[in-house]
Design a protein around this ligand. Structure first.
Ligand SMILES: [Zn+2]
Ligand SMILES: [Zn+2]
Ligand SMILES: [Zn+2]
Ligand SMILES: [Zn+2]
Ligand SMILES: [Zn+2]
Ligand SMILES: [Zn+2]
Length: 666
């Protein structure tokens, strides 16, 4: 919507009314200028009747979700008064009211009353005190009449000029919805709503209220703060988009690089195979030659024998068959001699062995080739990518932190404190186990000793999710619980020796486990259910912690851990790599006890040093900055720390005191 692009405030009024075609004043349903504009929680605006016409009709009167047609944000339909349940968009109404009407569009209201049936003049000006449209003649009378003498009249031309907008706004009068004869004139701080004189007297009697301009001065900076945060988030999302584009390009490059290596490797392997193929062929060829020679030699030998025997046999058989008895007998000695001679000749009966070639292979090699062991396997190395939010430029720390609120909680072991989305202080008392909820002014609202029937034994740490879910650790029950905003149990998980707990911007929760010497990381889904995702315990096979107790996240995603056994505060990357360590020493150089740690939006780290009665300020790089509050400021045994919605530091002390310190220069 155009409004979100403009800078808001006075200039926007003028700009919007000057630009007749501005989409900003047009309903997304009827495409015409709004009539009775209402605003949805997503900040999109509709004519009331147009919105009603788009609502799911079947179940009017039930709190049903529907989607804003502009941004698809899910909105719950008000259960009663379907049409009336949505809030008027006072801003758009104001802009429309103060637009210069086209000439002839408005009639003079006085003429209409006075000249009944007669000629009614076109209005040319508007009384911004009583919101009446007047013709030039009646405007003169309006200023002269006693009752309306102080009224401020602007011509239609003046209505659109920026220089008059402040005055128009100052004269803006909106009646109370309950007391229709009264104008909204005050702002009730605890109820966070504009009220009228009657409201103030009847329903907000003991509530602190301010005049509208005074309240505006209080509220606007807070909203601007959030706008700044969101602007940085907006920039950050843009940086992430840029980074993701780079990542996609890097991925493509990495793919191509590895594909080239695969080709190269295959080519190399093919060369090896080809070489080996030729080598083996040659080898078998040589060996076959050798063996053939042996066989040939043997064959020649036996062939010689065969020829010899054939020859002798031929001769002897001839003589025996064809010779006369006398001839045979005369030659008998020679014949016998030769026969005996040949008989005695030892003929070699054994032939050379038959050579059988075979190829011995390794099945393993083929398996390895197929499974990738031999050739290679595509794997992915995961590289952590972070685009941290830029911290806002930090205001200076005050020379002396100023205690702006102090109250007694009645809790002697206030091991944890968290600021709820409603700006309440929720204090964890370890013994007796209970949660105590205080208003931002330190008034006790509620005490909780059991969660859905399970008594709290020794609760220690606490943190809040933006949706109101609370996470509490209980070392007595060895459990971490997530609770609804009604303090009902949503989930309870077993976890050994849980201590401090902290939430980061990515909805991950870190829990210190003292006895296990580790930090467990859980993801939290939208329902507030926890799933363990990682453990931070070792770095390069060495234990990082000895007795982790307190934890906090910085807006960069870095994790801060107070270790009671090492007397150190660790600063670790989001993935758990140790980056910096700070040794906790008090003003007298005594070893300290980091019972509480927290970080503000500027990444100042605070360490509650229990036995040195002081609060250290430590930089994001783990360097000592200063002692913010010390024993001299009457600080005693500080325990848990939190930053409240005003950006002040909240400290619990042993023996029941809670103190709020303002520490930044405004
Ligand atoms: Zn409409
Ligand atoms: Zn929307
Ligand atoms: Zn008139
Ligand atoms: Zn008037
Ligand atoms: Zn009222
Ligand atoms: Zn009130």
């Amino acid at each position: 919507m155009a409004a979100s692009e403009s800078k808001g405030g006075i200039g926007a009024h003028a700009a919007a009314s000057a630009d007749e075609t501005s989409d900003f004043l047009k309903c997304p349903v009827c495409k015409r200028e709004y009539t009775d504009p209402v605003i949805l929680p997503c900040l999109h605006t509709y004519c009331r009747h147009c919105l009603a016409s788009t609502l799911p009709q079947g179940d009017l009167g039930r709190a049903l979700p529907f989607k804003c047609s502009v941004c698809k944000h899910e909105v719950i339909m008000p259960a009663d008064k379907v049409e009336e349940g949505f809030k008027r968009n006072y801003y758009v109404e104001g802009v429309l009211n103060n637009k210069s009407p086209a000439s002839g569009q408005r009639k003079c209201v006085v003429c209409e009353i006075v000249k009944k049936g007669g000629e009614v003049n076109d209005a040319s000006s508007k009384c911004i005190s009583c919101q009446d449209y007047l013709c030039s003649q009646c405007a003169v009378y309006h200023c002269a009449t006693k009752l309306t003498r102080d009224h401020k009249i602007l011509t239609f031309q003046q209505l659109g000029l920026a220089e008059y907008q402040k005055e128009i706004q100052a004269n803006q009068a909106i009646p109370c919805a309950t007391h229709t004869d009264q104008l909204l004139k005050y702002y009730c701080l605890p109820c966070q709503t504009p009220i009228c004189r009657d409201c103030k007297a009847l329903d907000h009697d003991d509530h602190k209220s301010l005049s509208l301009p005074a309240a505006f001065e209080v509220i606007k900076p807070k909203l601007l703060h959030k706008v700044e945060d969101l602007e940085r988030r907006h920039d950050n999302e843009n940086e992430k988009v840029a980074r993701l584009t780079e990542m996609a390009a890097e991925l493509e490059e990495s793919k191509k690089k590895i594909q080239a290596i695969i080709h190269q490797r295959a080519e190399g392997l093919r060369k090896i195979v080809l070489f080996r193929e030729n080598q083996l062929l040659e080898e078998i060829d040589n060996e076959a030659c050798k063996q053939q020679a042996i066989l040939a030699a043997s064959r020649d030998h036996h062939h010689g024998n065969h020829t010899l025997l054939a020859d002798v046999l031929q001769i002897i058989k001839n003589i025996l068959q064809q010779g006369s008895p006398l001839e045979v007998l005369l030659l008998k000695p020679e014949l016998s001699q030769r026969l005996d001679n040949l008989q005695d000749t030892s003929f070699d009966d054994s032939l050379p062995n038959q050579p059988q070639f075979k190829l011995k292979t390794s099945q393993e090699f083929e398996t390895n080739l197929k499974t990738g062991m031999a050739f290679g396997k595509v794997e992915i190395d995961w590289e952590e990518v972070q685009v941290p939010m830029q911290p806002p430029p930090s205001p200076k720390l005050q020379a002396k932190a100023e205690c702006i609120l102090e109250f007694d909680s009645g809790c002697n072991f206030q091991t944890g404190i968290s600021v709820s989305p409603d700006n309440e202080y929720v204090i964890v008392n370890e013994n007796p186990g209970k949660l105590c909820i205080f208003t931002s002014q330190g008034k006790l609202k509620k005490e909780i000793v059991d969660i859905s029937g399970t008594p709290l034994k020794n609760p220690i740490g606490i943190c809040h999710l933006p949706n109101g879910t609370t996470v509490v650790t209980d070392i007595g029950n060895n459990a971490v619980m997530s609770l609804t905003s009604q303090w009902e149990q949503q989930q309870s998980l077993d976890i050994h020796s849980p201590q401090g707990v902290a939430l980061n911007l990515n909805n991950h929760i870190a829990i210190a486990q003292h006895a296990e010497k580790c930090i467990s990381i859980f993801s939290v889904d939208t329902e507030g259910l926890l799933t363990k995702t990682a453990t931070i315990k070792e770095n390069k096979s060495r234990e990082i912690f000895a007795g982790p107790y307190s934890v906090a996240y910085m807006s960069t995603g870095d994790l801060v851990v107070g270790d009671l056994s090492q007397i150190q505060v660790h600063i670790l990357s989001y993935a758990g790599e140790p980056k910096h360590a700070y040794t906790v020493l008090g003003p007298d150089n005594n070893k300290g006890q980091p019972y509480g740690v927290c970080a503000d939006r500027y990444n100042n780290i605070f360490v509650a040093d229990h036995n040195n009665h002081c609060i250290h300020v430590v930089s994001a790089e783990g360097n000592f900055v200063k002692y913010l509050v010390t024993r001299d400021d009457d600080l005693r045994h500080p325990w848990a720390l939190a930053i409240n919605h005003d950006g002040d530091l909240v400290v619990t002390q042993e023996e029941g005191k809670v103190k709020v310190f303002r520490y930044l220069e405004k």
